[in-house]
Design a protein. Structure first.
Length: 83
């Protein structure tokens, strides 16, 4: 859903308070921490959910990918077109 232009530009950027559904817990068996908010845009209702733990994991993964790509560019990465 993030790939839809209207959602990306209007819904996700809309200011509003998140309501905590599940708090952060030390117990691994508890549900993942979750925050939600409701956004109504042009008569459509959207529920936006955020898992703060997953946000950190995804950010770390993106940073690792960028670091790897920069290293490959610095080393003069060669594309192999033969398969």
């Amino acid at each position: 859903m993030r790939r839809q232009k209207i959602v990306k530009e209007e819904v996700l950027s809309r200011a509003g308070r998140y309501e905590e559904v599940w708090p952060v817990s030390a117990n691994k068996k508890d549900p993942a921490p979750l925050k939600v908010k409701e956004v109504i845009h042009e008569g459509e209702r959207y529920i936006v959910c955020v898992n703060e733990t997953e946000v950190g994991v995804q950010q770390s993964a993106r940073e690792a990918i960028v670091k790897s790509l920069r290293e490959q560019l610095e080393d003069g990465y060669q594309v192999n077109y033969e398969r």
